[in-house]
Unconditional design. Structure first.
Length: 460
């Protein structure tokens, strides 16, 4: 028995009963309605994957039923049936949102193929919606990892501006998590139930980028065989995130300035003006002030987008967050790969903390994933890390007095990390212990061992 459910609507009782019997024989679960009003009442009481509806109903119209379904149950597919099919009618039905438009008398194979295609697409849409919801949950602010003072300041700004309409510019090196911050802002805003649309501006040439952002009409350029809805229109009621905005051409910068100021635009080759309600977040790894000085970026656009600037620190500037991030990535990979890796060896963690991370958080995530998948031990060992990261720490360190143990060699970096967090917190031990992920007793012992006491660091 096919678990997909459908509602069949036709005012001709004989057609309704014969189609219902045939579809049940194909394994489908279905209910029937002979009137427009009956169909609406049934839809209010029960959810369906598909509606099969005749265009001409005794007390209504199939197109009206289609409109009600698109408005109130947008995930549900609709196939319209008619005994008076025309090409114009088919075009109108598809534009109105129908999955298909079939002409009576129906051919069994044609109907079955259309129904199966509909259920297949519905399954894909449902799966994508679930994956998108999971992604949004994972990238909400509650899942942005970091206790470093730099990140705490970022959180404060996000909480302050998330529910405003202000344009936000997120800056930082590649791999610092700009897309995640943009999603976090969206998730904490009143637009959270609306769409979040991301556009990688640097990945598209100028002519395609304009079409991607604003859409196009049929025949507007070679290959434009149909109309296309742009990303700004798709993001209506939600948030649009424009990544790598520094790569946009001067002509595109002019168009962006207008849409940011007025939230109005015309599709490529079109004359109709669209107005949207969209929150705009932009990101770049460039210094736009330098780009303005060099004439590569419009000054008026720079001032328009730089209303709220969130600057993400590079990973090397928040070394105290590396253990938190590494263990979080370990949990994710371990669950996905079904591996029983319990953690990191002390030598491996030291190497991670001392490495300079040119690829930032993204590089750390890739390194942890590689180590989990290729490692043979219950823990990630120093040998499981790439050579350039292994080179960040030496097991035995030379000194004027001879050789030092690993523990002795690690005291210097450990002292600098703890000292930095203490100073940023005004030597508040509770806050420092929380940010370092250790309890206060452990912190006190480490401070005594490393010569850090009561705001008066001692030399060691």
């Amino acid at each position: 028995m096919n678990k997909s459910s459908l509602l069949l609507v036709d005012d001709d009782r004989r057609v309704l009963e014969s189609m219902a019997d045939w579809l049940r024989g194909q394994g489908y679960q279905l209910d029937t309605a002979a009137r427009y009003s009956d169909a609406l009442e049934t839809l209010r009481r029960k959810s369906y994957d598909l509606v099969l509806a005749d265009v001409r109903l005794g007390d209504g119209d199939g197109f009206d039923l289609l409109e009600q379904c698109r408005r109130n149950w947008p995930a549900m597919q609709v196939i319209l049936l008619t005994g008076y099919g025309t090409p114009d009618g088919a075009i109108e039905a598809i534009r109105a949102g129908a999955f298909d438009y079939l002409t009576k008398p129906l051919i069994d194979d044609e109907l079955l193929m259309s129904v199966e295609r509909s259920f297949s697409q519905h399954s894909v849409i449902t799966e994508n919606s679930n994956l998108r919801a999971q992604l949004d949950r994972r990238v909400g602010l509650d899942n942005v990892i970091g206790r470093d003072p730099h990140m705490m300041r970022v959180y404060d700004v996000i909480n302050s501006v998330a529910d405003t309409r202000a344009t936000v510019l997120v800056t930082g090196e590649s791999g610092t998590g700009k897309s995640m911050i943009a999603r976090a802002i969206h998730r904490r805003s009143s637009r959270a139930k609306g769409p979040f649309v991301e556009v990688a501006c640097g990945a598209l040439p100028e002519n395609l980028l304009e079409s991607e952002l604003f859409g196009h009409v049929a025949g507007s350029f070679t290959g434009a065989t149909g109309e296309k809805m742009g990303k700004f229109l798709q993001a209506d009621g939600g948030t649009i995130f424009l990544d790598e905005i520094g790569t946009s051409s001067p002509a595109m910068q002019v168009k962006l300035l207008r849409v940011l100021q007025e939230l109005k635009f015309e599709p490529v080759g079109g004359t109709k003006t669209f107005e949207v309600d969209v929150r705009v977040i932009l990101a770049t790894n460039e210094d736009l002030a330098v780009a303005v000085a060099q004439g590569r970026f419009r000054q008026d656009l720079y001032y328009r987008i730089n209303v709220i600037n969130i600057e993400l620190p590079p990973l090397r500037s928040r070394a105290s967050d590396i253990p938190l991030l590494a263990h979080s990535f370990l949990e994710q990979v371990r669950e996905d790969a079904r591996r029983t890796v319990t953690g990191f060896s002390p030598e491996a963690m030291v190497a991670l903390e001392r490495y300079h991370w040119p690829g930032n958080v993204r590089e750390l995530q890739n390194v942890v994933e590689r180590a989990v998948l290729l490692g043979k031990e219950p823990m990630i060992m120093l040998a499981d890390l790439p050579a350039d990261i292994r080179g960040a720490v030496n097991v035995v360190v030379s000194s004027p007095g001879g050789q030092r143990t690993l523990k002795e060699a690690l005291e210097g970096p450990e002292r600098q990390i703890i000292l930095g967090v203490l100073e940023s917190n005004g030597w508040n031990r509770n806050m420092t212990a929380d940010q370092l992920g250790i309890n206060r007793t452990t912190l006190y012992k480490k401070m005594k061992r490393l010569g850090l006491e009561d705001g008066h660091p001692l030399s060691i």
